[in-house]
Each structure stands twice: as structure tokens, then as C-alpha cells.
Design a binder for this molecule. Structure first.
Ligand SMILES: [Zn+2]
Length: 275
């Protein structure tokens, strides 16, 4: 079962369609389906393989723990959003299953983890991946790039040559113990578009990577979902807490302010909205 986009243009819809070659029963459930209905469908389908966006799988973990969802997938694949270490551990703990992360783009860049789990192998027979700095110069494997330039080797209808993707990745310089020759993405550190530029205490602007927000928000197990929006009047933090845990909001705000202070920024006002 894939829980993905209902749009045939989106990878999360196209991949399950291409997997439907008659060997397995495949189902695509739109991610926009109300959660109660998803739970009902999954309970009746009892998937062996479940693929979805991490944020949606996190909601399903809660449904399973609270006794409404009763599934036992053997394999979970995630994609479309960053899979955090914390969520990977929760998925494994709740379903005792293997978790594979997949990273790809609609333009044809694909990568997926192998069973060794040490990063995602790029499908380098389908495309050329250049990890480059701000000036489009290649960075060596093992160094965090500013963006990716991707050239597709199979898209003949619409040629894609050195197409810019703003994801910031590091490639592993070492070969994988599984023996596959394709290089691995060892980490995806968000998007260069996601970096916030805040006023520095020593003057000028400080680039604040989203990882500083993740550190605070992901380590608080009582937050179910969050959104960070940078507005002219400060940072708006929209938080969805587990029921009854809303009182944690002020300590989350305080920890975030400390984290930003440690980056040398003049901390802007943080407005918390409980959703
Ligand atoms: Zn491997």
C-alpha cells in the first residue's frame, strides 16, 4: 500500500503504478484521505508493505498506539519528506519492521537505502548527479553541497540537463558493504531554500540551518506536528501537541530561543500558536 499523492504527475503516485506488474496486489490511498478513513482502509487491507510520507506515518504510529489501527507491515518505505532518526526508531519499535528511506524527484533523480542502511544509493545508471557549491563547482564526496545539478539519462521527451535541485546533500566517499557500485547519499541536510537569515548579534546576517529547529522540535516527543514560519514580526511556531501536553509550549519556546541565541543571532520574537 502506498499513501501518496492522487496526482498522476507526482512520483508518489507514479511509483506504485509502475510497481503494479501483476506480481503483488498494490493499492494507492490518497494522502488527503481523512485519517479515520485511512485507518479503516489499512485495517481491512493489512499491508505487508507500506509506503508514505514521514509526517503521515507519524500520525499512523499514534493511531496504532492508541488502539484504532491494527496493522503489522513487514517493510515500511518513506519518502517525500525528511525521515528523522526519532521517527525511524518509532516506526521500528511500533511495527518491528524494516524501514527504508527513498529520496527522489519528479525530474528523475532516484535513490534508496539498501539493507545495510548506510545511506541511499543513487540510481546512477539513470542519471548524472553533481553535488556542487553555491557557484556550481563540484564538491568532493564527503563534503556537504549547496545544491544538486541533475542530468537525466532516460528522459527523452523533456531533456533535463544540469537541472538545479536546492537539496543540500553529502555523498559518502566510501563504497557500500553491499557491493553495489552506486554512490550513496549519506545525509540530506534540508534545502538551501529553507535556511533562515536572521539578524546577527555581531551585525550582519546569520544563516540558520533548519537543523537547529529540528533539534528542538523533534526531540520533544509530545509534539505531533509543527510548522515554522518566518514573518517580518518574528518567528511563528505552529504546534500540534499530543492531547493534554499543550503546557509544554512555553518550555519549547524557551529552548528554541536558547538554540537560536547559541547560533549568534539576535533572537527575534517567537510567537507560539497551538493548533
Ligand atoms: Zn548498499
Amino acid at each position: 500500500v502506498t499513501i501518496g499523492s492522487a496526482s498522476p504527475l507526482h512520483q508518489s503516485c507514479r511509483i506504485p503504478v509502475s510497481l503494479d506488474i501483476g506480481l503483488y496486489r498494490t493499492h494507492l490511498l490518497p494522502a488527503s484521505t481523512p485519517i479515520e478513513e485511512l485507518v479503516q482502509r489499512l485495517n481491512s487491507l493489512q499491508p505487508n508493505f507500506l509506503r508514505g510520507f514521514p509526517s503521515l506515518l507519524a500520525l499512523l504510529v499514534t493511531e496504532q498506539l492508541q488502539g484504532r489501527l491494527h496493522i503489522s507491515p513487514r517493510i515500511i518505505a518513506t519518502g517525500g519528506e525528511a525521515l528523522t532518526k526519532e521517527l525511524r526508531q518509532r516506526l521500528r519499535a511500533v511495527w518491528q519492521c524494516s524501514v527504508f528511506d527513498i529520496y527522489g524527484t519528479t525530474e528523475g533523480l532516484f535513490s534508496a537505502e539498501c539493507s545495510f542502511g548506510g545511506g541511499m544509493h543513487l540510481f546512477e545508471d539513470l542519471g548524472i548527479v553533481d553535488v556542487v557549491d553555491e557557484h556550481n563547482c563540484p564538491v568532493p564526496d564527503g563534503t556537504l553541497g549547496h545544491k544538486i545539478l541533475f542530468t537525466s539519462l532516460f528522459s527523452f521527451t523533456q531533456p533535463i540537463i544540469r537541472y538545479e535541485i536546492s537539496d543540500m546533500v553529502t555523498l559518502d566517499p566510501e563504497p557500500c558493504p553491499c557491493g553495489r557500485p552506486f554512490r550513496r547519499i549519506s545525509s540530506i541536510n534540508g534545502r538551501s531554500d529553507d535556511i533562515l537569515y536572521l539578524q546577527g548579534r555581531a551585525g550582519g546576517q546569520v544563516a540558520v540551518h533548519p537543523i537547529h529547529f529540528w533539534d528542538v522540535l523533534e526531540s520533544c516527543g509530545d509534539i505531533r506536528q509543527y510548522q515554522v514560519v518566518h514573518e517580518p514580526d518574528g518567528i511563528h511556531l505552529r504546534l500540534v501537541f499530543q492531547e493534554g501536553k499543550e503546557g509544554m509550549a512555553s518550555s519549547v519556546k524557551e529552548r528554541l530561543a536558547q538554540q537560536l541565541h547559541a547560533q549568534g543571532v539576535c533572537c527575534p520574537p517567537i510567537h507560539v500558536e497551538l493548533v
